[in-house]
Design a protein around this ligand. Structure first.
Ligand code: BGC
Length: 750
């Protein structure tokens, strides 16, 4: 048994008295939302969507698509918004509120958070995911898990792994090199498993490098359990299992919902195709889950008003002020004539389609909230079905012409983005853009408020807007939250968790999305989002981390202290230099300026959201760890730190770095093992190998002597593996190479 597998043995064996048939029955559900119970030994638990509120279906066996109705629950801002708050404390509180509603609705495990990386803005499910960045995703995801589990309700982190598109999601193979997997697509899962201990992980539908996630032993057993120490339950995405026995053997413990009989498992054990201990372990893990959730605090209800207010606070903290020229925001209804334009101000889009769709307890519309604040002019401007409507457009322009400011609500229509399919464009509907243009011609000041789950392009119409507030899909209290921000009741504090590109074609995955012929090749590798744009210096509409507010912040006094081997404490001061209270999101990047680059130019490794009164200042502290400067070496099968220089950068976005300190690391002390195919350069640079070579190979000077005479030739020679020098007549016969290797291995260089 490998060490990985023995670590995976750590599940408590709590099913000793059960028959094989009973244990097998625990490895699949008893319906769409329940696990199987066995006598009075193992109770059933109820699972429910997730991620941003509870979808507790009311009738029948239910479904995984959000078709059937469900009981009302608070629709908190989906992850696209909550992530943009960059506020783990807020995410924790939202998680706890979701858990309380789960408890009241009889749900034991919440199917969320969704933490897949936004590889392309086209992914139809981006509204359920946090970011293009794994650090931010990991921290926000861990906060939600911690919040949910603070009440003893289970969180089920999904979709493990590399489920970054909806196109062909049930079959496609995501073909990704291991370094990219480790650094980008698995990193957030790893962080959450290690830091927050989720009770469950949901395996995704897709294949990874040809093997279904649900049947992927490397993913589910070696990495998840063996390396990260996951001690919870692996559950399939709904219908993701193709080979029940293979999935169990790979490390998937629970198939949801059941698709075949459990007899298949029993037969496989009896036929010697499956070890009974595998079934025992899986059943034990299910039993562990039931015990964990049985210890949960139970609630009969929740305060609908209090949770609605929390949803409003979360939506307020999530909207991103992209642009605010001439300080057009905040608005002042007492001093300005203001027109509200856009059907979506009256009929807001606040959540996405599919399994996450919630029946909200209440719904605030921006128009209700703005009219309650004294704004009297409204014009629908366009129809939500996208059909052109000239009279509506004309009325909007006329209404705007009579006002000082027009606030135009734009966004993606309901059918534009959903679980189950991807977008093909990032443009707003043309009819909406036309209304904006007509309004901009008629009114001196224009504010655009956006509602969308996936990023939309601003390139075509940005010049027509003095201010742009990106509200995302803000959940059920989004309407009042947007009004709070527009009116300056509070200052915007969201920041972009994904780059807004100028054009779809600028997106690094563009040539490789969504793939064809059953495969999607992650050809852009680790260069996802800002990692690509900032390495190449591509122009973007708005960079990762960007977001304005109604004040300005000053950064100063960067101090870096070494606290251990490859560990540093970083601190700086941040001051609110404007006239309004607001929050700043201070971002820490680790930067490697290499040319040509061998890694992204810089990567987010820390952030802190600080709320400051006008004139107030605070110190912000970060820790940089060895892992923060490491890269995954597939050759070594581990993280690696090379000796050399790097920098820590502190700033307000990936393109607005305010402070920077240069540091060096001695590396991780690793010395490569030399082999026949190691190059002459690698031998010469090696602490032992160089010595061995110089002392044992007299004719080496014929080559090293070229270093001065002909540097180019010497460089060429350095690139040649030792085993290939046989024809060069410097004595490097295969036998000599073997001797050199032996000497280098034992360190006997002299
Ligand atoms: C989705 C999951 C969801 C499950 C249950 C699947 O189609 O991918 O995210 O939790 O259905 O509704």
């Amino acid at each position: 048994m490998s060490p990985d597998e023995s670590a995976a043995e750590s599940a408590p064996a709590t099913v000793d008295g059960l028959t094989l048939e009973e244990k097998a029955s625990l490895t699949s559900g008893a319906g769409t939302w329940r696990t199987t119970a066995v006598r009075d030994v193992v109770p059933a638990v109820r699972l429910g969507d997730g991620p941003h509120g509870i979808r507790r279906q009311t009738k029948g066996s239910g479904d995984a698509l959000g078709l059937d109705d469900s009981v009302p629950a608070t629709c908190f801002p989906p992850a696209v918004a909550l992530g943009s708050s960059w506020d783990p404390g807020l995410a924790r509180r939202v998680g706890a509120a979701i858990a309380r509603e789960a408890s009241a609705l009889g749900v034991d495990v919440v199917l969320g958070p969704g933490i897949n990386i936004k590889r392309s803005p086209l992914c139809g499910r981006n509204f359920e995911y946090f970011s293009e960045d794994p650090h931010l995703t990991g921290v926000m995801g861990a906060a939600v898990v911690t919040g949910i589990q603070s009440l003893g309700i289970g969180a089920c982190v999904k979709h493990f792994a590399v489920n970054n598109q909806e196109t062909d999601r049930m079959r496609v193979s995501a073909d990704v090199d291991e370094r990219t997997l480790r650094e980008i697509y698995l990193a957030a899962f790893e962080h959450i498993v290690r830091e927050a201990g989720p009770y469950a992980v949901m395996s995704s539908y897709n294949k990874i490098n040809g093997v279904y996630a649900s049947e992927n032993h490397w993913l589910l057993t070696e990495v998840l359990r063996g390396e990260w120490g996951f001690d919870g339950l692996v559950v399939s995405d709904w219908g993701a299992v193709n080979d029940r026995v293979g999935a169990l053997a790979a490390g998937l413990e629970l198939e949801m919902p059941p698709t075949r009989t459990d007899q298949e498992i029993v037969d496989a054990v009896r036929a010697g195709r499956l070890d009974e201990s595998t079934v025992t372990r899986a059943a034990g893990r299910l039993h562990t889950l039931t015990r964990r959730v049985a210890a949960a605090e139970r609630f009969d209800d929740w305060d609908v008003g209090v949770h609605h207010e929390l949803a409003r606070e979360a939506a307020r903290g999530s909207a991103v002020l992209l642009k605010n020229e001439r300080a057009v925001l905040p608005l002042d209804p007492a001093a300005q004539r203001i027109a509200v334009v856009g059907e979506s101000a009256r009929s807001p889009r606040y959540q996405g389609h599919g399994s996450s769709q919630i029946v909200p307890t209440r719904l605030d519309s921006p128009w209700d909230a703005l009219s309650a604040a004294g704004i009297a002019t409204f014009a629908a401007g366009y129809r939500l079905d996208g059909a052109p409507d000239e009279p509506l457009k004309r009325q909007a322009a006329e209404a705007a012409a009579a006002c000082d400011v027009a606030v135009v609500f734009l966004g993606l229509p309901d059918e534009a983005e959903s679980e189950g399919f991807d977008r093909t464009s990032i443009d707003l509907p043309g009819v909406q853009v036309e209304v904006l243009r007509a309004v901009a011609r008629a009114c001196p000041r224009v504010v655009v408020v956006l509602s969308n789950g996936g990023v939309v392009s601003v390139a075509d119409w940005e010049a027509d807007a003095d201010a742009i507030l990106e509200a995302w899909l803000p959940g059920q209290a989004g309407g009042s939250a947007i009004a709070d921000l527009l009116l300056g009741v509070c200052s915007p504090s969201g920041r972009l968790t994904e780059t807004i590109p100028n054009r779809l074609a600028d997106v690094p995955s563009h040539l490789h999305f969504p793939g064809a012929d059953g495969h999607v090749v992650y050809g852009e590798g680790r260069y996802v989002g800002y990692r690509y744009h900032d390495t190449l210096g591509t122009d973007v509409a708005y960079p990762f981390g960007h977001g304005l507010t109604y004040t300005r912040f000053e950064y100063s006094d960067l101090a870096v202290r070494e606290t251990g081997t490859n560990e540093w404490a970083v601190e700086c001061a941040v001051a609110n230099a404007g006239e309004r209270a607001a929050a700043e999101v201070v971002q820490l990047y680790v930067a490697f300026d290499e040319e040509p680059p061998s890694r992204p130019r810089h990567e987010l490794r820390g952030f802190a959201k600080v709320e400051l009164e006008p004139g107030a200042a605070t110190r912000v502290a970060f820790a940089v760890s060895a892992r923060d400067i490491a890269w995954w070496s597939a050759a070594r099968g581990g993280w690696r730190i090379d000796p050399g220089g790097f920098a820590v950068e502190v700033g307000a976005s990936s393109r607005d770095i305010r402070l920077r300190a240069e540091l060096t690391t001695a590396g991780d002390g690793h010395v490569d093992v030399l082999g026949r195919m190691s190059t002459l350069g690698e031998w010469l640079d090696h602490p032992v190998g160089g010595r061995v070579l110089r002392t044992r190979l007299p004719k080496l000077s014929a080559v090293t002597g070229m270093a001065e005479r002909s540097p180019a030739l010497f460089e060429l020679a350095r690139s040649i593996p030792l085993a290939k020098f046989g024809t060069f007549d410097i004595g490097l016969t295969p036998e000599v190479v073997d001797d050199l290797m032996a000497a280098a291995a034992t360190g006997q260089g002299s």
